[in-house]
Design a protein around this ligand. Structure first.
Ligand code: ATP
Length: 242
């Protein structure tokens, strides 16, 4: 569905991504793990055309998208749940949700999409007329994910949905991601620092360091790798490799 081939980007003259190769198949949940500043968000921004590659290609459903404007990339079936939610705090929950369906003019389609996200996040229905800025942290994350689904994307990019949430809310967010996966309507590329949680829902993953992919594999392969156990799951060094 999505293929990045030897993608490199720069910020000004500073190199960022270096020869990134990545693929996401239909129906998968694929995670990108990595420390702060590794280039995870930059990878998502590059897919969306917000950062342009200096070399390499990006294909979505067999079509080159690396030279397309962002609105066309979004219209082709990709949406993003940005880091820090990206909500409009003074607008209501409903208005924020409807922005996700901005390109859809058919009210009955919008209504049925809203019903779908209320099935996933019932609390949003109860709070439709509440200002987004007054929602709790967990509710804001749910709203941000729900808005990302409202365009009915084929691929949704999620940028650290657990960021800043208390552990019980992190559990809720990942339960929702598992539910979205179970619906089998959308493919998910998930950027996370919470490796344990990300690997609990993902089928495969990539580890990024300093703009490069240093390891890729299935969830089991990653869970058994020294790099993930030491650096991301904090398994004691003595136990690694057993
Ligand atoms: P985090 O987990 O902290 O969000 P990340 O892996 O998502 O990290 P990126 O946001 O992709 O990291 O940033 C990678 C590096 O690029 C960082 O060192 C960051 O400071 C730098 N960077 C990001 N955006 C810009 C920009 N617009 N101009 C210059 N440098 C940038």
């Amino acid at each position: 569905m999505l293929t990045l081939t030897n993608v490199s980007t720069n910020y000004g003259k500073i190199p960022m991504l270096r020869n990134v190769n990545m693929r996401v198949d239909p129906g998968e949940v694929v995670c990108i793990l990595g420390a702060n500043g590794a280039g995870k968000t930059t990878t998502l921004k590059t897919i969306l055309g917000l950062v342009r590659p200096v070399s390499g290609t990006i294909c979505f459903k067999e079509q080159r998208i690396d030279n397309m404007p962002t609105h066309r990339i979004v219209a082709s079936g990709i949406s993003m749940v940005p880091q820090g939610e990206g909500l409009f705090p003074k607008m209501t929950v409903e208005s924020n949700l409807r922005l996700g369906a901005y390109f859809e003019r058919d009210e009955s389609k919008i209504r049925s999409r809203l019903e779908r996200v209320f099935g996933l996040f019932p609390r949003l229905r109860e709070r439709l007329s509440q200002k987004a800025g007054t929602l709790s942290g967990g509710e804001r994350t749910m709203l941000s994910i729900a808005r990302g689904l409202l365009s009915e994307p084929e691929l949704i990019l999620m940028d650290e949905p657990s960021l800043g949430l208390a552990p019980v809310l992190v559990d809720e967010v990942f339960k929702s991601i598992a539910q979205i996966k179970a619906e089998k309507k959308v493919t998910i590329l998930l950027v996370e620092q919470n490796a344990k949680k990300a690997l609990s829902v993902a089928d495969r993953g990539y580890i990024m360091q300093k703009g490069q992919i240093v390891l890729e594999g299935t969830t089991d392969e990653l869970l058994n790798s020294n790099i993930v156990r030491q650096s991301y799951l904090h398994v004691e060094r003595a136990k690694v490799g057993r």
